[in-house]
Design a protein around this ligand. Structure first.
Ligand code: FMN
Length: 513
């Protein structure tokens, strides 16, 4: 049995990184501002090739592209401008804010603590205006640094055990996660953040790919060491977490040398010193795949999540019709997105909520979600202020398009507590929790199931962000007290684990429209 197949490690990691009232109270950790990590990976010896800043606007409605994907075998390859668009609208800098003594550069996708631990690498064949190579995306310069010249796509294909979308993709983006950049604030819980923060970024990439007419597929089954070697990252510090294949071409990539040579490239240290949290590296090692055969047999066959038929009162979703649907284009929605810092306690409507839930959960093209439309997380809601919907706790039955009322009441105080005592979850119109039964997921996917359940939640959460901003509402991701969340939604949620939380409502800064 390989290490991934012994899912003790994921359960141990999950239990050890739960937040509880006591764990937060007794944690002596503080943020050492003098040792704050750099938000960018810098290769001082490599030249940066600037990406085109002028981009064509697709004008395609955000609420369409978060719900749809381009069919798998649609022939199309991105050109340099499309590459720039994909990168800018996912990992690019969209806002700058200055505070005394420091500047913050905010990116297109939400990220815990604005620490941006996810790096993007391109592995491509010859594209229009971009030569085949392995590149690192440098958001600060909005450019690419070439790590390897030539077509290395075959190395990715082999690492995935022959995943068809990778075989035929002119471009694959590899998302890596850097432990220290996020652990500086979040300590060992950072490994969960890898999934969330990589997920919000993938939500944007998937939506933009659809707007550009490119098929896209998230791939998490790969031999970790082989992908890390191709990117030449130090796996003690930075690890490949997900791949996303873009476009389709008939031709298969050419052969590459059997040995991928190390590059020994210098990078600027992130901090004067780094603190190691071995629990995360153990979790990563225990969820790694060791051979192409293991990667091949890992993907697909998603376990069905057993959400029992509604037993309580139900309310049907009423999404906007196509004619009523807000049509703000994806580019505008991504550029105006930013996490809400304060919610007005004003209501949103049933069609707004319904549209968000419906559009965000129509399925993610991913190698761990088979058949298409499968989902690992279940959504639970605390409704505070939705016109025409009684306040209370609800479970979302995606297949039926209904909300089941689990209990009625004003739960603003409970929601504030569950969201780690933050006003955001108390003041929002609705808090959307993601819970998952980890047992069948870990049984099917091994420890790597833990990576993908977090990643899926991040993708769906990222889609909810976009669905909210497309309707000129506000949203924010939030962290939570794990077991208290499960208790709140029990007995319905008994046995499930809290994975993610997004709060949605009107921002206190903007008047409702
Ligand atoms: C998974 C996730 C969890 C988050 N948790 C919190 C939180 O607990 N409290 C908070 O104020 N903001 C939270 N945020 C919002 C981030 O702080 C915010 O995304 C980051 O500062 C970047 O800013 P932007 O989203 O406005 O671009 C979270 C975001 C994500 C994606």
């Amino acid at each position: 049995m390989t290490e991934n197949r012994n899912p003790e490690a994921a359960s141990t990691y999950h239990d050890a990184t739960k937040h509880s009232y006591a764990s937060i109270r007794t944690n002596p950790h503080f943020m050492d501002w003098s040792n704050q990590p750099l938000p960018f990976k810098i290769y001082p010896t490599l030249e940066t090739m600037r990406l085109p800043a002028e981009m064509h606007q697709t004008g395609v409605a955000a609420l369409s592209v978060i719900a749809e994907s381009v069919p798998a075998l649609t022939s199309a390859a991105p050109d340099l401008e499309a590459v720039a668009q994909l990168l800018y609208l996912s990992g690019g800098i969209t806002r700058k804010r200055s505070y005394p003594g420091r500047e913050f550069y905010f990116r297109a996708a939400a990220c815990t603590g604005a620490l941006y631990e996810v790096e993007l690498y391109l592995v491509c064949g010859d594209l229009s205006n971009l030569q085949a190579g392995v590149y690192h995306f440098a958001p600060a310069e909005f450019g690419l640094r070439r790590l390897r010249a030539g077509d290395y796509r075959r190395a990715l294909l082999e690492a995935t055990g022959g995943e068809p979308s990778i075989a035929h993709a002119p471009l694959t983006i590899v998302c890596t996660c850097t432990y220290w950049r996020n652990a500086w604030k979040y300590q060992a819980r950072t490994y969960r953040h890898f999934g969330w923060d990589n997920g919000t970024l993938l939500a944007n990439l998937l939506a933009v790919a659809t707007a550009l007419g490119l098929t896209a597929r998230v791939v998490c089954g790969f031999v970790d060491a082989d992908v890390n070697r191709l990117l030449d990252v130090d796996p003690q510090r930075e690890v490949a977490f997900s791949l996303i294949a873009f476009g389709y071409t008939d031709a298969l990539p050419p052969k590459v040398p059997a040995e991928i040579s190390p590059l020994h490239l210098e990078t600027v240290p992130l901090s004067q010193r780094e603190v190691d949290y071995p629990l995360m590296r153990e979790m990563h090692a225990a969820s790694s795949l060791a051979s192409p055969e293991e990667a091949e047999s890992w993907r697909g066959h998603t376990p069905t999540t057993n959400i029992s038929p509604p037993a309580g009162p139900i309310v049907s979703l009423e999404p906007f019709s196509d004619g009523e649907m807000p049509r703000d284009p994806i580019e505008q929605v991504i550029q105006r997105r930013g996490s809400t810092r304060r919610f007005a306690r004003s209501p949103i409507t049933v069609p707004q909520l319904s549209t968000m839930l419906d559009r965000a959960t129509r399925g993610v093209p991913a190698d761990f979600l088979d058949p298409p439309g499968a989902q690992l997380n279940d959504l639970y809601l605390i409704v505070h202020a939705i016109e025409g919907l009684l306040p209370g706790a609800y479970s979302f039955h995606r297949g039926r398009g209904v909300l089941e009322c689990l209990k009625r009441g004003n739960f603003r105080a409970d929601a504030g507590y569950l969201g780690l005592g933050q006003d955001l979850s108390a003041d929002a119109a609705v808090d959307i929790f993601f819970l998952a039964d980890l047992r069948p997921i870990l049984q099917r996917f091994g420890n790597r199931g833990y990576r993908v359940v977090q990643l899926e939640a991040g993708i769906l959460g990222g889609k909810l962000y976009l669905a909210a901003y497309a309707q000129r509402l506000g949203a924010t991701g939030l962290t939570f007290f794990d077991d208290d969340v499960t208790r709140f939604f029990s007995p319905h949620a008994e046995g499930k684990s809290a994975i993610f939380l997004v709060a949605v409502g009107h921002s206190a800064k903007h008047k409702p429209v």
